[in-house]
Design a protein around this ligand. Structure first.
Ligand SMILES: O=C(O)CCC(=O)C(=O)O
Ligand SMILES: [Mn+2]
Length: 202
C-alpha cells in the first residue's frame, strides 16, 4: 500500500534506503529572485527530443547541460555541454560549501508552467557513480516532488519552494525513483538546477 507523507518544513525526508535532505530557504529571497530572472532570460534553452516506446517526442520541459566539457547521456540522448556562467558557478560554490562535495556538471530544467513535468526516474546512470550526491536547487513556482520506493511502493512527497536545496545521496537513486508531476493549474514558471559529479570517462 502506498503511504503518502509530506514534509513542508525541511530536514530528512526518507526513513531509510538513502537520504534526501531538504533545506527550504537555502538561497536568500533576493538571490533566488535574481537567479530566476537571469536564467529565464539568458539561458540558451534547448528542447530535447526523446525516443519513447518507438516514437519521437519533445521533452515536456526545456533544459541545458553545463560542464567542463563532459557530455551527459540519459534516456538515450547525449547532451552537448554549454559552458559554466558566473551565476551557475556561484550557486555551485554555495552547494559545495553546504555539502562538502564538489560538482562538475549541472542539468538545468525549465518548467514553463504546470503542464511541464518530469516522469518517474532515478539518476542512476553509471556515469553518476554508484551512490551519487546530487544537490538540487529550486527557483520560482513551488512544485510537488514525489519519491517512490522501488520495492515497497511507498511515496514521500514534499513541496520544493523558491530558493530551496534538496540533497539526495546514498542509496536514494538505487532504492527510490522521483518525479515532478504535472499540475495544470500552476501558471508560473519553475527552474531546477541539479548539480552532479560525473565520473571521469578516461
Ligand atoms: O525538477 C526537479 O526538482 C527534479 C529534476 C530531476 O530529477 C532531474 O533533473 O533529474
Ligand atoms: Mn532526477
Amino acid at each position: 500500500m502506498a503511504v503518502q507523507q509530506s514534509f513542508p518544513f525541511g530536514g530528512e525526508l526518507l526513513f531509510g534506503d538513502g537520504s534526501a535532505l531538504l533545506v527550504p530557504e537555502f538561497l536568500t529571497q533576493d538571490e533566488a529572485d535574481a537567479a530566476l530572472v537571469e536564467l529565464i532570460r539568458e539561458n540558451a534553452w534547448e528542447q530535447q527530443r526523446l525516443l519513447m516506446y518507438g516514437k519521437v517526442v519533445d521533452e515536456p520541459r526545456l533544459s541545458t547541460w553545463h560542464s567542463n566539457g563532459q557530455t551527459y547521456t540519459y534516456s538515450g540522448s547525449a547532451r552537448t555541454p554549454q559552458p559554466w556562467t558566473p551565476l551557475l558557478q556561484d550557486i555551485r560554490e554555495q552547494c559545495e560549501e553546504q555539502t562538502g562535495h564538489t560538482f562538475n556538471g549541472v542539468l538545468v530544467n525549465f518548467y514553463r508552467d504546470g503542464n511541464d513535468h518530469l516522469g518517474w526516474h532515478s539518476d542512476d546512470e553509471l556515469i553518476n557513480g554508484s551512490e551519487p550526491l546530487i544537490a538540487s536547487i529550486s527557483l520560482g513556482a513551488e512544485r510537488r516532488f514525489d519519491m517512490r520506493h522501488r520495492e515497497t511502493g511507498e511515496v514521500v512527497s514534499t513541496p520544493l519552494g523558491h530558493g530551496s536545496l534538496l540533497v539526495m545521496s546514498g542509496l536514494s537513486q538505487k532504492c527510490w525513483e522521483h518525479r515532478i508531476p504535472k499540475m495544470p493549474r500552476i501558471a508560473d514558471p519553475r527552474i531546477n538546477l541539479t548539480f552532479r559529479r560525473l565520473l571521469s570517462t578516461h
